[in-house]
Design a protein around this ligand. Structure first.
Ligand SMILES: [Zn+2]
Length: 329
């Protein structure tokens, strides 16, 4: 009887314990209470302040607001940049968060709140969220690709995030997909996957296609630096030939990185998420992947749409801290 009660309590704790999920990006901080792999409150959004101290204060402020109305068991933070999960410190690649690198986020927030804190790279947190919430727990290898202004990748192998020897596994946006030395990436290298397959890659492709054309030939001509992903995708939807061509080439570029990942990892499933995901033609992408991947890998390879969307980072980060807490129960 005692055992039964103990296991009942254990299962209640494992499914009903809430944590705060925080997604820390270059322009905004989103936070919400997460319980049982879903949002338990509406997210609150704050503009990301400048400087590490102010960012930490903003997170603490959001936490104290939520704690007025909710019992919070822990804090999960998804952040841009490479994260040393053992120390809870951002150790690299935070171009859009100046001064954030080297901040001992976990230590500071744990000391100030007396709560357990987990800090995770945002693409990894999204991948874990999709793994836990998307009915994918039977998959041996899951690859979640966040398509936005850049490309982030999270890899879940046998139920655990694969973080690599230097915490930088999944920095696949910087896979070299061309030898032309044509497009400079934000990382300082040339021809990275995200310089072609992310939003700014689509825009660069469209710019190249309409160079020298008149507005009679394409509505994208003559736009210069004001060309945006929205302009390209909207023009493609209206039937503009050059915009449609740019979208087709964009799918080839997406496929180029995914084929590399497919042959390296042999995943069960790719999940696509991020702001650019809505423009993916899944039938076309699947067709390209089948053409360019070894049949043994391609035959059973699924390509799915995210179930969590923009909430994936918050939910995944919170679930990571909850899973740590319950593992210790
Ligand atoms: Zn790069």
């Amino acid at each position: 009887m005692a055992n039964l009660q103990s296991s009942d309590l254990d299962s209640v704790l494992k499914t009903k314990m809430p944590a705060l999920g925080v997604d820390l990006g270059g322009t905004k901080i989103s936070a919400a209470v997460v319980c049982d792999q879903q949002l338990a409150t509406e997210p609150r959004l704050e503009p990301t302040p400048h400087g590490a101290d102010k960012i930490v204060e903003a997170v603490l402020c959001l936490l104290s607001e939520f704690r007025k109305e909710h019992l919070i068991a822990g804090v999960g933070i998804a952040t841009a940049g490479i994260v040393n999960v053992d120390t809870g410190e951002v150790v690299g690649s935070t171009g859009n968060l100046p001064g954030w690198e080297g901040t001992p986020i976990r230590t500071i927030i744990e000391r100030r709140t007396m709560l357990p804190v987990h800090v995770e790279n945002d693409a990894n947190a999204s991948a874990y969220g999709e793994f836990r919430a998307g009915g994918l727990r039977d998959k041996r290898c899951l690859v979640v690709i966040t398509l936005g202004t850049g490309i982030g990748v999270g890899i879940v192998v046998d139920g655990r995030l694969y973080r690599g020897a230097h915490w930088a596994a999944g920095e696949c946006g910087h896979i070299r997909i061309s030898l032309d030395n044509k497009r400079l990436c934000t990382c300082g290298l040339f021809d990275c996957w995200e310089a072609y397959g992310a939003g700014r890659g689509l825009v660069a492709t469209a710019e190249e296609l309409v160079c020298g054309l008149t507005e009679d030939q394409s509505e994208l001509a003559g736009k210069g630096k004001s060309l945006t992903t929205q302009a390209v995708t909207a023009a493609a939807a209206r039937g503009d030939i050059m915009a449609r061509r740019a979208m087709a080439i964009w799918h080839e570029h997406l496929c180029a990185g995914m084929v590399t990942l497919a042959h390296t990892l042999d995943p069960d499933c790719f999940v696509l998420t991020g702001g650019m995901e809505q423009f993916v033609d899944y039938a076309l992408l699947s067709e390209l992947m089948t053409d360019r991947t070894l049949p043994r890998i391609a035959e059973k390879l699924e390509i799915r749409r995210s179930v969590l969307g923009k909430d994936g980072g918050m939910i995944g980060a919170a679930q990571l801290v909850l899973d740590q807490i319950t593992a210790g129960v």
